[in-house]
Design a protein around this ligand. Structure first.
Ligand code: NAP
Length: 340
């Protein structure tokens, strides 16, 4: 069977962009046709070198107009900060866009962005899809898929569980680890926007189940180090933040029905309190009749999962009718080139 080979641009080459380059090069159903970088040290370097593989004969560029002028089917748009105007330019130039920065679902907070994207999609005759592990997958398609196996849903709980002792991140200080807990509570490092991002996933679950969210509740707790904790990039001093727990609950018809938990810890040995958490990196629990639970674990990082969640959707996004497409529009996505 002959299958389409999609010509894809990788926009930005951070952690996610590098996974993407390797995949786009290895997958027989994709061709890497452009790489956009912002870091001046990377301009002119071979995309393979940037991604830690053999040279592929394609130099990275910081020339956005050159990327816009390329003949490409899709852009995997993964820079650090959102740029809806740039996304719209890419769409108007006739390229589909898949992005781990979202937007993921047209909630009121993102309505304006989605409307701009819709208009650009119509002009370019292409589609946009917000992808990623969370938001984008663990609290989106997984709960909706599991809901097919139950007769009544009383409460959906989605957990993101990260032990930074096992998976250190360069952003830990910026995330508030090592800070005074009262100071962090008063001046949170987690953007107030975060809940809005995840509320998109919650809205998708609710609307996928034929309901609307009519209220949100949130709470946060911090745990402190009981002694100095050494990790890959430094030390969390005793008495400072070594754990963060966020709980966001969506109300449907006034009842708490969907809760997202984020539990970030630096190990579990020397922190107080040490919250009881289920196993796995992500976990979805449906309390209902019958109840169900699903643990998502593996040897990949969240960045790998985020890259693949977008890249595997490229054939479906390119084939979709023009517009903003969420999982509710894409249905069951059929990845290409994974068996090789
Ligand atoms: N939905 C999800 O589940 C999910 C999960 C993880 C991450 N994300 C999002 O995905 C994006 C990429 O994540 P990542 O882990 O790859 O990040 P990263 O490793 O920090 O890389 C981001 C890249 O963006 C470019 N960049 C740096 N500063 C920039 C700026 N001021 N403006 C525009 N671009 C800039 C750089 O590209 P060059 O080096 O090529 O110049 C950098 O390498 C982030 O926005 C993150 O929030 C989403």
């Amino acid at each position: 069977m002959t299958e389409t080979v999609h010509r894809v641009v990788q926009w930005a080459t951070g952690g996610i962009g590098q996974v993407s380059i390797r995949h786009l090069v290895e997958n027989p159903h994709t061709e890497l046709v452009g790489v956009l970088v912002t870091n001046p040290d990377k301009v002119g370097k071979d995309a393979g070198e940037i991604a830690g593989i053999a040279n592929v004969g394609l130099a990275a560029t910081d020339d956005k107009d050159a990327i816009l002028a390329l003949d490409a089917d899709c852009v995997h748009f993964a820079p650090l900060v959102p740029d809806i105007d740039m996304v719209c330019r890419l769409l108007r130039s006739g390229k589909n866009v898949v992005s781990p920065l979202g937007p993921f679902y047209p909630t009121d907070q993102f309505r304006e962005d989605v409307e701009k994207i819709e208009a650009a999609c119509r002009e370019g005759g292409v589609s946009f899809h917000g992808s990623g592990i969370h938001p984008g997958y663990a609290g989106d398609i997984l709960p909706l898929t599991l809901a097919r196996l139950t007769g009544r849903v009383d409460h959906v709980r989605v957990y993101e569980l990260v032990d930074f002792l096992k998976n250190p991140s360069p952003w830990m200080e910026r995330m508030g680890f090592g800070r005074d807990p009262e100071d962090l509570a008063a001046n949170p490092s987690r953007s107030p926007e975060a809940i809005g991002h995840f509320a998109q996933s919650m809205a998708m679950i609710a609307e996928g189940l034929g309901k609307k969210i009519d209220g949100m509740r949130s709470q946060q707790q911090f745990a402190v180090a009981t002694k100095d904790i050494e990790y890959a990039n430094g030390v969390i001093p005793a008495g400072t933040v070594a754990g963060q727990r966020y709980e966001w609950t969506a109300l449907l018809d006034g009842e708490p029905r969907i809760t997202f938990f984020t539990v970030w810890t630096v190990g579990h040995e020397n922190i107080e309190p040490d919250w009881e958490v289920p196993d796995g990196r992500y976990r979805v629990e449906i309390e209902g009749e019958p109840s169900l639970d699903l643990t998502l674990d593996g040897n990949a990082t969240g960045r790998n999962w985020t890259a693949y969640a977008g890249l595997t959707a490229i054939p479906a996004v390119c084939a979709a009718d023009p517009g903003f497409v969420s999982h509710l529009d894409l249905g069951v996505v059929r990845p290409r080139g994974l068996i090789r």
